[in-house]
Design a protein around this ligand. Structure first.
Ligand SMILES: [Mn+2]
Length: 339
């Protein structure tokens, strides 16, 4: 059974056991793949919820993201014929949610870093479900700590730059990528940061220029629509992996077209297609340096369709499929561009 590291045992709330609505003896639901960590012997990936949305400047609701994404698994099955990946015999170990301090950002962020560092330190790829995107700061800080402070390249999939300086001196969901470069230069560098899926009329030129000065690569939605998708994905992976020890993907669900991912603070106009999102996460997860993924800003109260939660749940399964590809057992389809 998967041992919960002693250092974080008291920092977690137990996960729910998922029960599919329809039980067909011939079907293999994703709910049987995502199991409480205490039931799992060998995990392809670990899962952690972070139900915290206090730093959102706009519409809150992302603290329900972890519960919503777990509900999303109930509508998924465990086979992807397009990739040739059958996860029915595999397990994703659900460590439950970080027991956050709902009115205290700093203590929550510290706790998030502690839990993420411990889980990344196990060597099993980690998926974190937020929560607001401010959490990317403590998640990335923890991920770097989990690999002994070595260097981490970051692919941020997002409609927004998220490099605000501050808001009234306080942390917010708009600051995480500036903060991680400014405060942890030992592990994070602008030249290993890719901002992928940046939208139109959602950003500020000052922040664009600052990112460019840091050496970050900005891939706009317009460039994606008009460019060579495979080449852009390969370039993002190359930049993040160049000279680093590990790569992390921070996926703000608002990068995906708002018609699908409407349950989020700022749904995107002209965002990534759901399929592009899946291709991107799968290609990332197949990379030998990939240690983890966070999926942020899923806000179930903001749209009742359940589509955003299902989209996020599918991305978790795509990530697990990539982890399986790395194990080559049995050999599924290669990602768009082999790393
Ligand atoms: Mn964001």
């Amino acid at each position: 059974m998967t041992e919960i590291p002693a250092a974080i045992r008291d920092l977690l709330l137990a996960p729910p056991a998922l029960t599919p609505a329809v039980r067909d003896v011939y079907e293999a639901p994703a709910a049987d793949v995502v199991r409480p960590a205490s039931e799992v012997e060998h995990a392809l990936a670990n899962l952690l919820g972070i139900p915290f949305d206090v730093t959102i400047l706009g519409r809150r609701g992302a603290k329900d993201g972890p519960a919503g994404v777990r509900r999303g698994f109930l509508t998924c099955l465990s086979y992807e014929p397009g990739l040739g990946v059958d996860l029915s015999g595999d397990r994703i170990a659900d460590f439950g949610d970080v027991d956050v301090f709902h009115t205290d950002v700093e203590r929550t962020w510290d706790r998030v870093s502690d839990v993420v560092a411990s889980l990344v330190g196990t060597g099993t790829p980690l998926v974190c479900i937020g929560g607001d995107h401010g959490l990317a700061f403590p998640v990335l800080r923890g991920a770097a700590r989990g690999i002994g402070g070595r260097r981490v390249g970051v692919i941020q999939v997002d409609a927004h730059f998220d490099v605000r300086i501050t808001h009234h001196g306080e942390p917010s969901s708009g600051v995480p990528f500036r903060w991680i470069l400014d405060r942890h230069p030992e592990s994070f560098a602008g030249r290993n940061l890719v901002e992928f899926g940046i939208g139109g009329w959602l950003n500020t030129k000052t922040y664009h220029d600052w990112l460019t000065e840091q050496g970050a690569r900005i891939v706009t939605l317009r460039e994606i629509r008009r460019g060579d998708w495979d080449a852009l994905v390969a370039e993002a992976l190359e930049i993040a992996a160049d000279g680093t020890d590990a790569i992390w993907m921070s996926f703000d669900i608002d990068a995906i077209e708002g018609a699908t991912a409407g349950a989020t603070n700022v749904p995107a106009i002209g965002g990534l297609s759901p399929f592009q999102a899946q291709e991107l996460v799968y290609a990332f997860a197949c990379h030998p340096k990939a240690i983890g993924l966070d999926i942020m800003e899923v806000s179930p109260p903001l749209n009742p369709s359940g589509m955003t939660e299902r989209q996020a749940a599918s991305l978790v399964l795509d990530f697990a499929a990539g982890c399986k590809w790395r194990q080559r057992c049995p050999a599924p389809l290669a990602p768009t561009r082999s790393p």
